[in-house]
Design a protein around this ligand. Structure first.
Ligand SMILES: Cc1cc2nc3c(=O)[nH]c(=O)nc-3n(C[C@H](O)[C@H](O)[C@H](O)COP(=O)(O)OP(=O)(O)OC[C@H]3O[C@@H](n4cnc5c(N)ncnc54)[C@H](O)[C@@H]3O)c2cc1C
Length: 568
């Protein structure tokens, strides 16, 4: 079979590949998405859709699809630490259901609970709306050959066994942990290849909440005399439960009989349940040495693997896709320069390194009970036991809190150091985990603020660049418009002169926001050369050395230990 050349070939239709295909389709960029499976999900992995991902869903008009997924919105989201479901409870972090949780002040959206077997079909439906997106399931990439003018992929149709070639201008490997794309372009992963050998077990039991006295909760963390040994999460808030036998660095296959015994131990008494699937997996802490070549890029688990503790993996991957998508559009449509695609890895790799580190820290905190297990008295009845349980539980609750409130990880990363961001030599804000102070500093996510007409500022962004003008007088807007026109650079000018609150959030009279919703440039007056600003942010020339102090900024970031900040 021969085929025409496609602008972008995406390998792997997990959540990251689907999000990339959908975003490219939304931008009118033709792409082909291939997936070796039929797309069915037997073991949902992710279930937490982070606040930034929800902002992207809002942009795409599908936030309501996520909010209205079958996951029950009245299901309490408590995290509970306990001996067993019918044994002693040490403590809990009470967390309201999704319908009760308010949006954080920094966003018009909030994180949602939507497990992968509900979320992937939403992304698939979104991507399927666009005639630009061609999906080929049961199609596997087996080889690729990159040249200066493009990539030729060798694909196998798994229904017929036929092999054929497909040429593309660009190829993106969203093919997960065992990425063949990464292997073919020879990029190694760096970090810790094994944190734990863990076994996930999905079991069914509709009556589970009525069999114990701990009430409905999202996650139960089981702590025995040996410390933390198991977690159970409510996958669909109804009848499917995922048990993770956490394990350690030693590889071990756990027989089904032992798994059954562990489920009974977690309940504290025999009960009826049905094991649906068993999946051993390795928890890793790895980031790819680089994020691609000139024409082949990696996104999602293909370039970063982290402990699920914190729910950062897919969310980091979808933000990769958002960073890459508009740069591919710019390359395909001809208004982006060479620096733009090169900036992808420069911007995204530090974000993954930050999330990977935080995820491992969360794992360490969860397993802290292995080093400091409850005293024996905490497993005994009576007031002394109650007091010991409370003391231990309070300590563990405090230890774990950082994992439950991580707005800073989801929103607080910055591309200030990027060659396609125009620095303004303002100091970096503190890098916090549990809080995020919005800033209009170049490289950061453009702040959310409510406009007088009820929209969020975020509703202004997405397609091309947007110049926000907070100062009356149109000479600067005219200069930008003329320079943009001369370069076929997609720019929309938005007059926000009567929005003083919004101006405060952006900290300047003018802010130029990229299609991914990050600030590219800000200033109080006309820059020396508007054309140069546009050429920098569209990747045709790196930011001037006299205004760039990226090295200095980097050391500022490095100096800030990431702090947990105040929970909200
Ligand atoms: C227990 C658990 C809980 C988690 N919870 C969360 C969470 O709450 N929030 C969160 O953000 N993250 C979470 N994660 C991480 C998250 O699931 C992953 O980061 C995410 O699935 C990665 O998406 P991806 O699209 O990059 O890769 P994958 O989901 O692995 O998808 C890759 C796709 O590529 C296909 N493929 C592979 N090779 C080829 C080939 N040669 N040709 C064609 N197709 C190919 C595969 O079949 C697969 O469909 C969790 C992970 C685990 C293990």
């Amino acid at each position: 079979m021969t085929s025409r050349k496609v602008p972008v070939l995406i390998v792997g239709a997990g959540p990251v590949g689907l999000a990339l295909a959908g975003d490219l389709g939304w931008r009118g960029v033709p792409c082909c998405l291939i997936e070796k499976t039929d797309g069915a999900i037997y073991q949902p992995k992710m279930d937490m859709v982070g606040v930034r991902t929800m902002e992207f869903c809002r942009r795409w008009g599908i936030a309501g699809w996520v909010e209205n997924s079958p996951y029950p919105r009245d299901y309490p989201q408590d995290n509970v630490w306990l001996e067993s479901l019918t044994g002693y409870e040490f403590g809990r972090e009470r967390m309201v259901s999704k319908s009760e949780e308010p949006c954080p002040p920094q966003s018009p959206q909030k994180r949602e609970r939507c497990p992968q077997d509900m979320f992937d079909p939403i992304l698939r439906r979104f991507a399927g709306q666009f005639s630009e997106v061609e999906s080929r399931y049961r199609t596997e990439l087996i080889d690729l050959d990159e040249s200066g003018s493009g990539v030729v992929a060798t694909l196998r149709d798994l229904a017929t066994g036929e092999e054929y070639k497909l040429a593309a201008d660009y190829l993106v490997g969203t093919d997960g942990a065992a990425s063949i794309v990464r292997e073919k372009i020879g990029i190694p992963m760096r970090g810790e290849p094994v944190l734990t050998f863990t076994t996930n077990v999905i079991f069914r039991c509709r009556d589970l909440p009525s069999l114990h006295d701990k009430g409905k909760a999202y996650r139960f963390i089981f702590i025995g005399r040996e410390g933390t040994w198991l977690t159970i999460v409510a996958i669909d808030g109804a009848e499917r439960w995922r048990m993770s036998i956490i394990g350690d660095k030693s590889k071990r296959e756990i027989p089904e009989e032992e798994i059954r015994a562990l489920i009974v131990r977690a309940m504290g008494k025999p009960f009826d349940f049905e094991i649906e699937s068993i999946m051993p997996w390795v928890r890793r802490e790895l980031v790819a040495e680089s994020y691609g070549t000139e024409r082949v890029f990696l996104a999602g688990d293909a370039c970063h693997l982290m402990s699920p503790t914190g729910g950062f993996g897919m969310n980091t991957g979808i933000a990769d896709a958002i960073d890459l998508s508009w740069k591919l559009e710019a390359a395909v449509k001809g208004w982006g320069g060479a620096e733009l695609l090169r900036s992808y890895g420069i911007e995204r790799k530090p974000v993954a390194e930050r999330a990977v580190k935080e995820a491992s820290g969360n794992l360490g905190r969860m397993l802290a009970a292995r080093k400091k297990g409850p005293p024996e008295i905490a497993f005994q009845p009576g007031p002394e036991g109650d007091a010991a349980r409370k003391e231990y539980g309070d300590w563990y609750t405090e230890t774990m809190r950082r994992e439950w409130y991580s707005t800073g990880i989801h929103l607080g990363f910055s591309y200030y150091h990027s060659p396609v961001v125009y620095p303004d030599n303002t100091p970096a804000p503190p890098d916090e985990v549990s809080d995020y102070v919005q800033t209009g500093r170049p490289g950061h996510r453009a702040p959310h603020a409510w406009l007088k007409d009820g929209r969020s500022t975020l509703d202004l962004f997405g397609r091309g660049f947007v110049l926000l003008c907070f100062k009356p007088g149109d000479s600067i807007a005219k200069s930008f418009a003329a320079a943009a026109r001369a370069r076929s650079f997609p720019l929309q000018i938005v007059d926000l002169c009567d929005e003083a609150n919004v101006r405060n959030a952006y900290g300047a009279d003018y802010a130029l926001v990229r299609p991914d919703g990050h600030v590219a440039w800000r200033g109080d007056g006309q820059p020396d050369s508007v054309g140069h600003v546009i050429d920098v942010v569209r990747g045709f020339s790196p930011a001037r050395s006299e205004v760039r102090s990226a090295e200095a900024d980097h050391s500022v970031i490095a100096e800030h230990a990431i702090t947990a900040g105040s929970a909200h």
